[in-house]
Design a protein around this ligand. Sequence first.
Ligand code: NAD
Ligand code: DAU
Length: 351
Amino acid sequence: MAKKTIVITGGAGFIGSHVVRLFVTKYPDYKIVNLDALTYAGNLENLKDIQDQPNYIFEKANIVDAEAVKAVFQKHNPDGVIHLAAESHVDRSITSPLDFVYTNVIGTVNLLNATKELWKDNYEGKRFHHVSTDEVYGALGDTGFFTEETSYDPHSPYSASKASSDHFVYAYADTYGLPVVLTNCSNNYGPNHFPEKLIPLMIHNIINNKPLPVYGDGKYTRDWLYVIDHARAIDLVFHEGKGSEKYNVGGFNEWKNIDLVKLLCQQMDEKLGREAGTSEQLITFVKDRPGHDLRYAIDATKINKELGWSPSVTFEEGLSKTIDWFLSNKEWLENVTSGDYQNYYNKQYAE
Ligand code: NAD
Ligand code: DAU
């Protein structure tokens, strides 16, 4: 394996920390630079098992600050960038859309500029991998899948900002020849998931016997993928994906929210030694998310056929591992749910 320096942005976040761990442990000859601003969603605790590895470096920097990004790039001279830093929560994008424009759009353009400037048209062995979402495709009805050819039709401020960032990445490939590759993934779940998102929020509330807020009628559908399988897909596409192409990543694993919450309740009642049916009584239907997309479902045939990727764990296994992780990391959960989180939670779930 050739020596490489790779900047991974957002490496202290949920998915980013799993990508950093995979690269640090699988590629000891690479230097892995984790560039992260440590927002409310970034947490170096997520990486404490690998923080002392000789091939790992952390750089605190905000991608909205073009000079700060440039300084990190000049200092480390990366051959590759894997860009995960983002504002990632749809509900927060509905209350604070501009934060999403700054980080997801302007931050991405700052990274593209820094990369273009550093590589100066010498693109041999170089690659910018942009990590994106299936939400750029909009919403599906009861049938069908998003393929790589599906037109963009974002609805939330979050998905609009991610769609915009995807377009900028293509624009830099088309205009300046920047060597790029993109992945658009479905909903992730697993260890270190911040408890503003459905699965970790429900786990946290079940542990604490708090109401389980299901938006609308609970019939909204998402396609769930274990986070380590997403990290494996990023590794494959970064190394073997065709230049300027995009790959959809998903689990072929659709769940209506209400069925998923009931499954979580069943698994947690068993693990917590509670009588069957106890946690389901906490389910509370609450006001719907504005502009709520009915259904996402990814067709992951391309990455499967071209690169041989497929999910490695079933949903039942992945969910069970995830619950076990949260039950054995109660201190992590307590740390991330104190302070600001309480204010966010009280405002978001006021009704
Ligand atoms: P996250 O919110 O858990 O983590 C985001 C990370 O980015 C944090 O470490 C945060 O500190 C950092 N960050 C935020 N703003 C920054 C800034 N201005 N400068 C530098 N760092 C900043 O997000 P996640 O769920 O791990 O998602 C990571 C990426 O994957 C995002 O680009 C997201 O759009 C994409 N994605 C997420 C999912 C999912 O289900 N979570 C699915 C598909 C794609
Ligand atoms: O599809 C990929 C996307 O998945 C990523 O790009 C986003 O970064 C990630 O946050 C996720 O977006 P969603 O909006 O699908 O995830 P979230 O966990 O917020 O919600 C999942 C579903 O559960 C959605 O239909 C809304 C619903 N929900 C969510 C919360 C937080 C509830 O019913 N109650 C809740 O309290």
